[in-house]
Design a binder for this molecule. Sequence first.
Ligand code: ZN
Length: 185
Amino acid sequence: MRCPYCGADNSRVLESRTSEDGTTIRRRRECSSPACGRRFTTYERVEQRPLMVIKKNQDREEFSHEKLFRGLAKACEKRPIPVEQLESLVNQIERELRLEYEREVPSSAIGERVMEALRKLDGVAYVRFASVYREFRDVETLAREVMALLRDAPERGRTEAPGKAEGQVAPDGQRRPGVSPETDA
Ligand SMILES: [Zn+2]
């Protein structure tokens, strides 16, 4: 596997781990070039029949697991959510979509599912995602969503340890270098 940092052709596998739901193998790799030696992550999963996403303007594009993951990871940036949890969430959403929609799925169905999952997972991530996805036009709409959220989960804000989650999920979905070693799941 080619190193994404320096383009060297070889890397070695440091660790392989199967996801909790058994659908994905995640490998930590290290660039074999002595000048680089940086680490990155690859994923292996069964190739699926393409699922097309119907966008708002009726254009079709192929469903992308990575794109969905990046969207979620961005919403969850600097939140206390382990990257493994995001991965299994994306797997779960994809599985449900493939079961319910055989060939084509409206992008709105994906968005609604992600919002539902984030609402249960993390209030801040939910509002972030919803504000982009629903394109809140005004502060009142946003405020209404936030109030509804607080009403649903009044205990959520108090149980979090502030500042603990810095750097857990990078925008590209990979762990940032120097983050504490992974704990066994
Ligand atoms: Zn390299």
